[in-house]
Write a protein that binds this ligand. Sequence first.
Ligand SMILES: Nc1ncnc2c1ncn2[C@@H]1O[C@H](COP(=O)(O)OP(=O)(O)OP(=O)(O)O)[C@@H](O)[C@H]1O
Length: 312
Amino acid sequence: MEYVIETKDLTKFFGKRNIIYHLNLKVPKGVVYGFLGPNGAGKTTTIKMLTAALRPTYGEIRIFNLEMPQNRVEIMKNVGYMPETPIAYDDMTIFDFLTYMGRLSGLKKEEAREQAKKLMKYVGVGKLALNKIKELSSGQKQRVSFASALIGDPELLILDEPTANLDPLGRIEFIGKILSLAKEEKTIFVSSHIVSEVEKMCNYVGLINQGRLIAQGKISELTEIEENDYDVSTSDNKTAIEFLKEKPYVREVWEEENIIRVKVDPRFLDEFFLQFPKYLTSQGIRLKLFRPHTSPLERILMEKFSIGEESD
Ligand SMILES: Nc1ncnc2c1ncn2[C@@H]1O[C@H](COP(=O)(O)OP(=O)(O)OP(=O)(O)O)[C@@H](O)[C@H]1O
């Protein structure tokens, strides 16, 4: 397997505090890798080491199979990086900032200007081109920072909580953009603490908690275990519940705020899946909602993270 990012025993101390413990990240080419963990888990610290903004205490980092930080300049030519706190060039206009960043990445003046215009439009700040960075809202700054990461059409994007300041519509738009970049076979490493967002945008995940990698792999493989609790809503819940109560494979069934909760014997999930919708159709009852009670990734998180346990 070809890994775009690979770390071996990556470890970071701040003074005596061990913040990152023996992290072995493996990010295959062409995946959208969600680096998921709660506040303070160590996501930003890891990302800063990946982009050579911070030196590891020990451990190895290879990006495009080159060692970081020794090959920083060569590696970063092909990496678009969006830091957690974006953009220090407060007095520049958006247009000048993106043109300048294009020039720094080696583009000619005209190319840099053209690219800046295209990217401003792409991330939805075209109308603000002549506004200074310091006049922007944090969501607008985040859009500009995303544009800056896309300069030069890099193969790898490293994005640190890119949606943190976006409004709900901005988040949906952003996820759409990540999905279309994924179609172009870019590798995208994106940190987040929002499970639903990672589920929509990523096909790979690394779960980090208190500086340790707890699980890593394809989301579809990690979440393979079947869920036994389902949420169901129909156009006639009363009849649906009567049917379910009769079935030996239904362990429990009850209704909460118009949603039927069903606990199914895991050995007979197939029967449930086949018989229940068939029965509803035969009775002319419409199925409005049918989903596992807990989202698969959320379930993994709950299993793997010791919830409620405070770090030192
Ligand atoms: N320069 C530093 N000196 C000392 N401790 C630090 C430093 N930077 C980060 N830390 C500590 O390292 C831990 C991990 O922080 P980090 O910012 O990497 O977490 P994170 O997962 O990105 O969190 P968030 O989701 O809140 O951004 C925290 O406990 C933080 O207090």
